[in-house]
Write a protein that binds this ligand. Structure first.
Ligand code: UDX
Length: 436
C-alpha cells in the first residue's frame, strides 16, 4: 500500500519506519528539515531501541523516504496523521494547532477513495469535526481514528505487533471501506490474531485517553498507598506484590516511586479533565486532579527525604542517577527526575547528574544542569546519592564500590529499584518511597 505519515516525531517516525518494514511504500512528511535529513540518512533523532536498524533497512529498500513537501502525499492512499498534541501553555487543554495544520495541509492532495487516519491523541469530538472538514472539501476522502498505544522503549515492537487495534470509522459504507483499508495496512499483525475493535469516532478517541487515565490512576493509587505506608511503617513494594497476585488487580503498573512523567500520561490526563469541564463532566473526572496531585507530591517527597538525609540542602553535594522519565528512553518531557533536580538546585544543592541516554536532552531542557559521563563520576564525593530513573546499570551498582567513592553513605532510592539489604549492609542510610 502507498502510505503517507504526516508528522515524524516519536509516533510518526516509528510508524513510518515500521509500515515500510511491513512492506508498504511510505513517505514521511515533517516541517522540520533537520529531522527529515536525519531520518533520510537512516538516523533516529531520538533514542529508541531497535529503531535505527528498522530505519536503515527500510530506507535502503527504497520503500521509505522522508520529505518536507506535503505534495508528496498525493500518491498515497492512506494518510496517517501523527503530529503532537502538547499541553497548551497556561492551560490544561490539548493544543490542536499541529493536527489542524496537518489536515489543512493535506486537503489539496486528497483524492477519491483516500483514507486519512488520525493517530494523535485528541480530545473526544475532534475526529467528528475533522471529518466534517475533510468531507466538506469534496475530494471523496474519508477519515478514520486509529489511536496508538506504543510505549517508549518498546515502540518498534508495539507498532509492528500491538496488543490490539482500535478503528474509529464513519457510519455506513465509508466506514466499511475504511476498516478494509486499515485491515490491508495491518494485515501482518491481524494474521497473527491481534484483536480489533471497530467502533465510532468518539469511542476510539476515548479508548486512548481512558487507557492512559487508567494507567495513571493505577500508578497514583499505589503511590497513595506509599504515602499511607510512610505514615504507618508498612512496605508498599510488598503490598503491591501481595495485591498484584489478585488477577483482577495485576502487578503491572503498581511500582510505587517517583511517579509518571513523559510526553503522554501527564498531559493526557490534564487534557481529559479539561475536555470533561467543557462537556459539563467536571465532577466525573475530578478524580484525575487527585491522580495528578498524588503524582506531583512524590517529587516533593524525594526532595524532603534528601533534606532529611543531608540536613541542609544549601551547599550539599548531590549525585543524581537518571534524568529520563523512564529507563530505555532519552525523553525528559515532564520527567519526574529532572523536576527533582530543578527543585534541589533551587534549594541551593550542587547537583551532578548522569543518565545513560538523556544527558543531552536534559541539558537542552535545563542548560544550567551539570552532567557527567558515568555513574561513578556522578556519585564521587557526594553527600547523598539519588537514583531517580531505574536503568538496569543503576540496579546493578555494587554498593561497596559506591561506598568507597562517596563522601557520605546516604542514598535515596526514588524508584524502589535497589536491593535495600545489600545497600544497608554496605553501610548506607537508605530511604525509599513507601518503604521503611
Ligand atoms: C504511555 C502508555 O503506556 C502508552 O500506552 C501510551 O501510548 C503513551 O503513554 P510511555 O509514556 O512510553 O507510554 O510510558 P509508560 O511505560 O506507560 O510509563 C509512564 C510513566 O509511568 C513513566 O514515567 C514510568 O516511570 C511511570 N511508571 C510506570 C511508574 O511510576 N510506575 C509503574 O508501575 C509504571
Amino acid at each position: 500500500m502507498r502510505i503517507s505519515v504526516i508528522g515524524c516525531g516519536y509516533l510518526g517516525a516509528v510508524h513510518a519506519a515500521c509500515m515500510a518494514e511491513l512492506g508498504h511504500d511510505v513517505v514521511g512528511i515533517d516541517v522540520d528539515e533537520h529531522k527529515v535529513s536525519e531520518l533520510s540518512a537512516g538516523r533516529a533523532p531520538f533514542f529508541e531501541p531497535g529503531l535505527p536498524e528498522v530505519l536503515t533497512r527500510a530506507v535502503a529498500t527504497g520503500r521509505l523516504r522522508f520529505t518536507t513537501d506535503m505534495s508528496q502525499a498525493q500518491d498515497a492512499t492512506v494518510h496517517f496523521v501523527a503530529v503532537g498534541t502538547p499541553q497548551t501553555k497556561g492551560s490544561f487543554t490539548a493544543d490542536l494547532t499541529y493536527v489542524n495544520a496537518a489536515i489543512d495541509g493535506l486537503l489539496p492532495y486528497l483524492s477519491e477513495g483516500d483514507l486519512v487516519v488520525g493517530k494523535s491523541t485528541v480530545p473526544v469530538g475532534t475526529a467528528a469535526r475533522l471529518a466534517g472538514i475533510i468531507e466538506g472539501a469534496g475530494s471523496g476522502a474519508h477519515l478514520a481514528w486509529n489511536p496508538e498505544f506504543l510505549r517508549e522503549g518498546f515502540a518498534v515492537q508495539d507498532t509492528v505487533a500491538p496488543d490490539r487495534f482500535v478503528y474509529g470509522v464513519p457510519a455506513g459504507e465509508p466506514g466499511v471501506r475504511a476498516a478494509e483499508q486499515l485491515d490491508e495496512v495491518y494485515a501482518t499483525a491481524l494474521a497473527t490474531g491481534t484483536p480489533k475493535i471497530v467502533t465510532d469516532y468518539a469511542t476510539a478517541e476515548l479508548v486512548k485517553v481512558s487507557a492512559n487515565a487508567f494507567l495513571a490512576t493505577k500508578i497514583s493509587f499505589i503511590n497513595a498507598m506509599a504515602e499511607v505506608a510512610e505514615a504507618t511503617g508498612a512496605d508498599v513494594t510488598q503490598l503491591a506484590d501481595a495485591i498484584g497476585h489478585d488477577a483482577r488487580i495485576g502487578r503491572k503498573f503498581l511500582n510505587a516511586g517517583l511517579g509518571f512523567g513523559g510526553g503522554c500520561l501527564p498531559k493526557d490526563i490534564r487534557a481529559f479533565r479539561a475536555r470533561g469541564d467543557e462537556l459539563g463532566l467536571s465532577d466525573t473526572l475530578a478524580f484525575l486532579g487527585q491522580v495528578d496531585a498524588i503524582n506531583l507530591r512524590r517529587r516533593e517527597r524525594v526532595v524532603t527525604l534528601t533534606r532529611e538525609l543531608v540536613g541542609d540542602l544549601q551547599g550539599a553535594k548531590i549525585g543524581v542517577l537518571g534524568l529520563a522519565f523512564k529507563p530505555n528512553s532519552d525523553d525528559v518531557r515532564d520527567s519526574p527526575a529532572l523536576d527533582v533536580v530543578k527543585k534541589l538546585v533551587e534549594a541551593g544543592a550542587t547537583v551532578t547528574a548522569f543518565d545513560p541516554e538523556a544527558n543531552g536532552t536534559a541539558t537542552r531542557s535545563l542548560p544550567s544542569l551539570v552532567t557527567v559521563g558515568s555513574a561513578a563520576e556522578a556519585y564521587a564525593g557526594v553527600d547523598a546519592l539519588l537514583v531517580l530513573t531505574e536503568w538496569q546499570e543503576f540496579r546493578d551498582l555494587v554498593p561497596s564500590e559506591v561506598a568507597a567513592a562517596v563522601a557520605q553513605k546516604k542514598v535515596v532510592d526514588g524508584r524502589n529499584c535497589l536491593n535495600v539489604a545489600e545497600w544497608r549492609e554496605a553501610g548506607f542510610e537508605l530511604r525509599g518511597l513507601g518503604r521503611p
